[in-house]
Design a protein around this ligand. Structure first.
Ligand code: ZN
Length: 682
């Protein structure tokens, strides 16, 4: 079920000095500190929430309760990522708080960095590369820390002594051969057995596939999302599911989520929204995936409420088999002014579908229910925190998208914070070919980047259709990168269409060139800064960006359309013919749509493997060296604002305040104290 989902992450290094501050809302932008922390390959940023203070009291209260419900799911995600994660985190946090020895040593500093890294990844595997994060301090040092702290202050399970806990976690933390990958995609291996995620235990890939295939009815036109909310285990030789629900796995956290959702229900904006929250609560109580579909259908229909949210087991990127949903939440409210842009796009959705370069057999006769809006994020949680998407398109169930449409959002205040943090970082000067590209980036960069996200999310993912009888699972492990490729190509193709100028979405016919240049520079070169030397590209969005960029460079080199050129031993993307480049995007879109619509697994595999996976080592080393000199962190995460209820003497809520002064360590430690209901062993 990886076909339709999307969490578009930002390629967020390009400096965008054109970005204006949003309307003033009691936020002092002149002194707002976007940069919070910096360690390893990570920079932590802070985002403002413009407009929060202008919400009604009821809306603010709603945001508050939904935010609490969001934060309560944190430990679920940690445990989903690996079954030792909660133990390791709690041991490390207890050391961080209670160790009384030398805190100026190099080893202690490395220990602090490790803790910050696993907070960022919600576990011991890198949030992006999926590789296990190996501590830069020795195992002996860690053991000495654990033994030096009063056992009464350590989170040892069921009276377990330090030694027993250490026996459990030391190999998981320090042995590079134990659980090396959170999610393994290596062809020819048992990807269930070789993945460190906690979705399966004691079962093989074949057993899991047989288990779910036996449930599926090929004639079912509205199938549930099989396996979305459970762990698969073997009990007495029988394969069975442990369902994530009240009274099931993750009971204690889900109980708290429900508690906050019920408070939210009481202050919902309208009956429709009340019904949505009530159905979600019902789903958490029963674990019934039909109820989850009911909820999704209701949720997608709500286009009137100002405050909106995601809360649940949603995206399936981290499951090697693409079925299990990681827990995530995002609370947000509509940015009315900026949403005018997405309104124009969704109003014209049918025109875009009819005029796309794909084969008519694969076009939707009637594009349904595409709603798109620009939102302001109020809280990020679970799989959207600290690393966060800039655009989301949901729900993921193909039949709901087909029959009821989808909701697509662009998260404005997050892209704003990225842009502010990137100001003056020297990136464009280093990697762009000439002043012409740099000048365009400055003038149109933010606009075209946001527009690309809008087109990708609200039209790209929603366009096209499968031929009758083609399964949405047909492309298997290649489904996700190919789906992202399709959505990106749709956006790229249309960015250059005169229709966008006609609709008032772009100011002139020059602007799109900014995004074309930026896209290929990133896909062919600068995104490689996120890959370690010698490694392949694994992440779906990165594979898709490499695929598109490398493919057009190969096809476009001969006609001098687009190429990589060297000057002073530095490689640059050079685009000579933007018109022809657009035709190449159209040509590739046509082929990728055919692959999806026909379920042509072999062709899809060939395309991804040829253009989206392997890295040119020489170019890679060059880009890494140039990037290192700029000293920019390849990955960004965020801290959340802090919301507080203000009550009068009778306990009646009179206001909700927002503040922005919590730092990364304090926030993570507070979350661990305040929102940590799960036992160590789930
Ligand atoms: Zn996408």
């Amino acid at each position: 079920m990886l076909t339709a989902l999307c969490m578009l992450t930002a390629c967020n290094n390009t400096s965008r000095e054109d970005k204006q501050a949003p309307a003033d809302d009691g936020i002092d932008y002149a002194t707002f500190e976007y940069k919070v922390d910096r360690f390893a390959d990570i920079e932590i940023l802070r985002y403002p929430v413009p407009g929060f203070n202008s919400l009604s009291l009821q809306q603010k209260e709603l945001v508050y309760y939904l935010s609490q419900a969001a934060l309560e799911g944190r430990d679920i995600l940690w445990d989903q990522h690996n079954r030792h994660n909660l133990t390791i985190r709690r041991v490390c946090e207890a050391l961080y708080e209670n160790y009384m020895g030398d805190k100026s040593s190099e080893n202690w500093k490395q220990f602090e960095t490790y803790l910050k890294q696993i907070w960022m990844a919600n576990g011991i595997h890198h949030h992006y590369s999926e590789d296990k994060i190996l501590p830069a301090f020795p195992q002996d040092y860690f053991v000495s820390l654990v033994k030096s702290v009063d056992p009464g202050r350590m989170p040892f399970r069921d009276g377990m002594a330090a030694d027993e806990t250490l026996n459990e976690i030391l190999p998981v933390m320090f042995d590079p051969k134990v659980m090396p990958k959170r999610m393994s995609q290596a062809a020819g291996t048992d990807i269930v057995a070789t993945s460190a995620v906690n979705f399966y235990e004691g079962v093989t890939q074949k057993e899991v596939e047989d288990f779910y295939n036996a449930m599926k009815d090929p004639a079912d036109n509205t199938p549930i999302s099989y396996g979305l909310n459970s762990k698969v285990v073997k009990v007495d030789g029988q394969i069975t599911e442990q369902v994530w629900k009240l009274g099931g796995m993750y009971d204690k956290a889900i109980e708290r989520i429900i508690g906050w959702l019920e408070k939210a229900e009481a202050v919902a904006e309208n009956e429709q929204q009340r019904g949505i929250i009530a159905t979600l609560v019902d789903y958490y109580r029963t674990g019934d995936l039909k109820t989850f579909d009911d909820y999704s259908v209701k949720w997608v229909a709500d286009t009137v409420s100002r405050v909106d949210f995601i809360n649940g087991f949603i995206e399936t990127y981290t499951d090697p088999l693409g079925m299990k949903g990681t827990w995530e939440s995002l609370v947000n409210f509509k940015s009315e002014e900026a949403s005018e842009r997405t309104r124009v796009i969704s109003d014209n959705a049918q025109w875009f579908e009819d005029n796309s370069p794909i084969d008519d057999r694969f076009k939707k006769e009637e594009v349904k229910g595409i709603s798109a809006k620009v939102i302001t994020a109020a809280i990020l949680a679970g799989d959207t925190y600290p690393a966060t998407p800039i655009g989301i398109n949901l729900p993921n169930a193909d039949w709901i998208r087909r029959d009821h449409g989808s909701k697509s959002v662009t998260i404005d205040n997050i892209t704003f914070a990225y842009a502010k943090a990137a100001e003056g970082n020297g990136f464009n000067e280093e990697f762009m070919w000439s002043d012409q590209e740099r000048a365009r980036a400055k003038e149109y960069g933010t606009l075209t980047d946001n527009l690309h996200t809008d087109l990708h999310e609200c039209l790209g993912h929603g366009s096209g259709k499968l031929l009758p009888g083609v399964s949405s699972d047909a492309l298997r492990a290649y489904a996700s990168p190919l789906e992202e490729t399709r959505a990106d190509l749709f956006a790229l193709y249309y960015l250059a269409d005169p229709k966008l100028v006609e609709l008032g979405l772009l100011p002139d016919e020059e602007a799109y060139k900014t995004e074309y240049y930026h896209y290929i520079m990133n896909g062919a070169m600068t995104q490689l800064t996120r890959i370690q030397p010698g490694k392949d590209i694994e992440q779906a969005h990165m594979r898709n960006r490499a695929l598109i960029s490398n493919w057009v460079i190969e096809k476009g080199e001969a006609d001098n359309v687009v190429s990589l050129q060297k000057q002073d031993n530095k490689t640059y993307v050079v685009i000579n013919d933007y018109d022809k480049l657009r035709s190449l995007f159209g040509e590739l879109l046509r082929e990728v749509q055919r692959i999806k619509s026909e379920g042509d697994y072999e062709a899809g595999k060939a395309l991804v493997e040829a253009y989206g996976v392997k890295v040119n080592a020489e170019l890679h080393n060059e880009v890494l060296a140039r990037y290192e000199a700029l000293d920019i962190a390849p990955y960004k995460g965020f801290v959340n604002p802090v919301y507080k209820l203000v009550t009068d003497n009778n306990g009646k809520v009179t206001d909700v305040t927002v503040s922005y002064n919590e730092n990364y360590v304090d926030q993570q430690m507070r979350y661990s104290r305040q929102y940590s209901a799960l036992p160590l062993k789930n």
